[in-house]
Design a protein around this ligand. Structure first.
Ligand SMILES: [Zn+2]
Length: 113
């Protein structure tokens, strides 16, 4: 399951941060989620909550921030927000688009006590 692997990755980062900073409990985790990852928020939250049980991150609030899919046209250089995976430049019609955001999934910040 896609979300389970991602939740485990997030938990690893969070717990190693908590250990390094000698935090007793992680209270809040902000995660950047690109549209391109196809992650379902509820599913990721559910997975995270279940694997975070009995760790320092148990009960932490998971804040998911969506990053829109944006691509730059290699012909005219304009940037466009991509809807429904339609990689066609609306300015010149080119199909040569380079993704510049929307693939990321990473922990942006977290709060711990
Ligand atoms: Zn273009």
């Amino acid at each position: 399951m896609h979300e389970m692997a991602l939740a485990e990755g997030i938990l690893d980062i969070v717990l190693s941060y908590a250990d390094k900073n000698e935090a007793k409990k992680v209270t809040e985790i902000s995660v950047l989620v690109g549209e391109m990852t196809g992650v379902v928020d509820e599913s990721l939250e559910f997975c995270f909550t279940s694997i975070a049980k009995d760790t320092k991150a148990e009960g932490a609030k998971l804040i998911l921030k969506r990053i829109p899919l944006v691509a730059r046209c290699l012909e005219c250089g304009k940037e466009t927000k991509i809807e429904r995976y339609n990689f066609t430049c609306p300015h010149c019609g080119s199909l040569r688009m380079e993704t510049i955001s929307g693939r990321e999934l990473r922990v942006e910040s977290l709060e711990a006590d």
